[in-house]
Design a binder for this molecule. Structure first.
Ligand code: AMP
Ligand code: MG
Length: 346
């Protein structure tokens, strides 16, 4: 199959979307831009389309998909119950990078939810994604458009590199603004539970909901035999081929540690304005303590490490305050939870 890439911008008219709409209406899958990361979209009501999503990504069958809608009113087709907290969250954060888990309706096939009675729903803010959903008149199931296990795609070229020949069409809507996947919150538990941190932060959720639990899997590896609330958390994720190691501690200790272990293929990821004193090639991945800036280039850099043939990469550790949870969560998985504490200091 030949994979075509088409640039579409927010101002483009409906005709520009026709090819993608036709593919989606006929159970085919299309790579689409969203403000979090690129998605691999298919009709959420079609078992065939959903099967094609899983096949193209090589996604494990027990990892459910997020269903995307273009406005709140479309939620009623997907879920059996809309609690008032869902309305409150939507009012505050939709369209945007927040996914809510709610009891599923009968219209949603179990292949979307990996057999669960709940479904994940999100209304993205990317204008091209929303226009596409509107023009199709269908909710779109869309996981990140990468080969399972690889860093999520934040540019159309990332999708092309992973899925060339496996899907008919990719819409290039520019670089994803957020750069990390959506925050996932379950509203099926007595107290709402954060399953995956994203750029709608825990603090923002607490402001609307009051008490919010944080799933253990957010910052900890799963224990043997442990039951997961969010099946996606149990898989190796976001991994470049290089061995990633997170270093906690001061910048000067970071430099000493990395310089001592320098080999030909050693790289570093540091905060903006750092890099002096390092004897290895480095990437600046964003402003220290600014989670939106740190999340923005994260996956792009993880992919670039592979392109450069990196063997190891040492990363400055973001804080574990609630706003930085998304970046830390993704880095911990990219590093397979390899964290070294170099001691006190800033
Ligand atoms: P992705 O779309 O690849 O970013 O992954 C979607 C994430 O949402 C995964 O971590 C899934 O496990 C999670 N998810 C989707 N549906 C559900 C659900 N019904 N219950 C719990 N987690 C879900
Ligand atoms: Mg994913």
């Amino acid at each position: 199959m030949k994979t075509k890439v088409v640039k579409i911008s927010a101002d483009d008219k409906a005709e520009k979307y026709e090819e993608a709409v036709l593919y989606l209406k006929t159970d085919n899958v299309v790579g689409i831009p969203t403000e979090t990361v690129y998605g691999l979209a298919g009709n959420a009501f079609s078992e065939l389309a959903v099967k094609r999503i899983f096949e193209a990504k090589g996604r494990p069958q027990d990892n459910p998909l997020i269903v995307h809608i273009s406005e709140f009113s479309e939620i009623y087709d997907l879920v059996s119950e809309v609690p008032s907290v869902a309305e409150m969250l939507a009012k505050e954060f939709w369209p945007g990078p927040l996914t809510m888990i709610l009891p599923k309706s009968e219209k949603i096939p179990f292949c979307v939810t990996a057999g669960l009675d709940s479904v994940a729903v999100r209304c993205p803010s990317h204008p091209v994604a929303r226009k596409l959903i509107k023009n199709c008149g269908l909710p779109l199931a869309a996981p990140s458009a990468n080969i399972s296990g690889k860093p999520s795609p934040t540019k159309a070229i990332h999708v092309f590199k992973d899925l060339d020949g496996k899907i008919p069409l990719i819409i290039d809507g520019g670089e994803s603004e957020e750069g990390v996947e959506s925050t996932v919150i379950s509203l099926c538990t007595p107290v709402p539970k954060l399953l995956r941190p994203g750029n709608v932060t825990l603090t923002e959720l607490q402001r609307v909901l009051g008490n919010v639990l944080v799933d253990d899997a957010v910052l900890n590896p799963l224990k043997e035999g442990e039951k997961v609330s969010s099946p996606g958390m149990k898989y190796k994720h976001y991994s470049p081929d290089a061995q990633v190691v997170i270093l906690k501690g001061s910048y000067s200790d970071f430099c000493s540690y990395v310089n001592e272990r320098k080999t030909e293929n050693t790289y570093a990821m540091v905060f903006d304005d750092e890099g002096d004193g390092l004897n290895v090639e480095f990437f600046s991945y964003g402003k220290k303590n600014d989670y939106r800036s740190l999340s923005n280039k994260l996956f792009d850099i993880l992919r670039e490490l592979d392109e450069k043939g990196a063997k190891q990469c040492f990363v400055r550790c973001p804080d574990d305050n609630s706003d930085d949870l998304a970046v830390l969560n993704r880095l911990l998985r990219a590093a397979a939870f390899r964290v070294i504490d170099l001691g006190d200091g800033v």
